[in-house]
Ligand binder design. Structure first.
Ligand SMILES: NC(=O)c1ccc[n+]([C@@H]2O[C@H](COP(=O)([O-])OP(=O)(O)OC[C@H]3O[C@@H](n4cnc5c(N)ncnc54)[C@H](O)[C@@H]3O)[C@@H](O)[C@H]2O)c1
Ligand SMILES: O=P(O)(O)OC[C@H](O)CO
Length: 359
């Protein structure tokens, strides 16, 4: 009996630590989904590794030896250096690059995507524009004019590549689309829960990186678990307050109780790169950008950039008094304030929210 031709095809834009881990999952899952083409193209920001192109290494060794060493990628994951070539024929586009590079990439593929394509953002970061704060799904939708979902959770990529059980959250406003995205990502060790709150999911993912920087400062000062728990609690409340201020009724409070919310704040404040380098920042006094170059082998930090972006927004709205932790973290990162100043003014009453919603 002739098998029907698959109507769907996945492309992954980004091949860092998380992009490569997502490729392992999706590469395996499409082989179980008759509606999906077996080939999954992954766009690689081309670079030379030990004298060879990273795309050639991935396509011959089936391993991203730089960003996810020690874990094989399924052979149906094909590395492509040209982003336009990567999105050709793709109906499902997974966007997973550090947020600082998003607009360039979208401008490159603009006009080359399929009319029926849709996207999902795995990025943890926000954008600042004349219109205020924008999420990654809003930026993708604005540039590529397609439906966009979000995925975020307590998801340290290396642990997922080792197939250690965890959860994640997909935010998708269309329930039918949510089922398809779930089928691409869900595995016995990577459990997906879908909610309809697209931007709530991504605000959680972006803002937790600022809290992670604060947690790293606490570790750098050697202050212990109770102090870190206080920073996590206050940070979580500031995340929620800022997201609600910006997007109000469009965000569901229950989203903060999903993996993308409380669970991610916890994992990131104990196991993430942003936490680790913030600890080094306190111990060595070196700038974050220098530590990123020295210690991450090409991987990128989002937290200290997001602290700057959040500050530019809340300062522009004259609401820094409502966000003392975010403000202190910004000043320690960028204004040479001492790490201990993280505790300045942490006496905001979150039980009576007088901030209101942005107009
Ligand atoms: N690594 C994790 O554990 C993890 C987990 C969940 C979410 N995320 C999020 O996923 C997103 C991607 O992070 P990652 O961990 O996959 O990447 P990464 O930090 O491991 O790697 C950096 C990537 O950026 C690419 N790059 C470098 N310069 C570039 C440029 N000028 N233009 C485009 N790309 C360039 C590199 O080739 C590399 O693929 C981030 O928003 C991150 O917060 C990461
Ligand atoms: O390593 P980080 O700090 O970028 O955090 C990784 C993930 O976002 C944790 O969920």
């Amino acid at each position: 009996m002739a098998s029907s031709t698959p109507t769907n095809k996945v492309c992954i834009l980004g091949s860092g630590n998380w992009g490569s881990t997502a490729a392992r999952i999706i590469g395996d899952n499409v082989q179980l989904l008759p509606d999906f083409d077996n080939e999954v193209r992954i766009w690689v920001y081309e670079e030379m590794v030990d004298g060879k192109k990273l795309t050639d290494i991935i396509n011959t060794q089936h391993e991203n030896v730089k960003y996810l060493p020690g874990h094989k990628l399924p052979a149906n994951v094909v590395a492509v250096a040209d982003a336009v070539e990567a999105v050709k024929g793709a109906t499902h586009i997974v966007v997973v690059i550090p947020h600082q590079f998003i607009q360039n990439l979208l401008d490159t593929v603009h006009g080359h995507t399929m009319p029926n394509a849709r996207a999902i953002s795995l990025i943890k970061g926000i954008g600042i524009s004349n219109q205020g704060m924008t999420t990654m799904t809003q930026i993708i939708h604005r540039t590529l004019a397609m439906p966009v979902a979000s995925l975020s959770g307590a998801n340290i990529a290396n642990e997922i590549a080792e197939e250690k059980y965890c959860e994640t959250t997909i935010g998708c406003s269309d329930p039918d689309e949510a089922i398809v995205w779930r089928s691409l990502f869900n595995t016995p060790y990577f459990r997906v829960n879908c909610v309809s709150d697209v931007i709530g999911v991504e605000f959680c993912g972006a803002l937790k990186n600022v809290v992670a920087v604060g947690a790293g400062f606490i570790d750098g000062m050697g202050l212990g678990n109770n102090t870190k728990a206080a920073v996590i609690r206050i940070g979580f409340l500031e995340m929620r307050r800022l997201a609600m201020h910006i997007s109000g009724a469009r965000i569901q409070d229950s989203t903060f109780m999903e993996s993308c919310g409380i669970a991610d704040v916890i994992t990131t404040c104990y196991g993430g790169r942003n936490r680790r380098l913030a600890e080094e920042f306190v111990r060595t006094g070196k700038p974050m950008s220098q530590l990123e170059k020295e210690l991450l082998n090409g991987q990128k930090l989002q937290g200290y950039l997001t602290a700057g972006e959040v500050h530019s927004y809340i300062d522009g709205c004259s609401i820094t008094d409502h966000f003392p932790l975010f403000t202190n973290i910004y000043r320690i990162c960028y204004q040479n304030k001492p790490p201990h100043s993280i505790f300045d003014g942490l006496n905001v009453d979150f039980s009576r929210d007088t901030l209101g919603q942005a107009q």
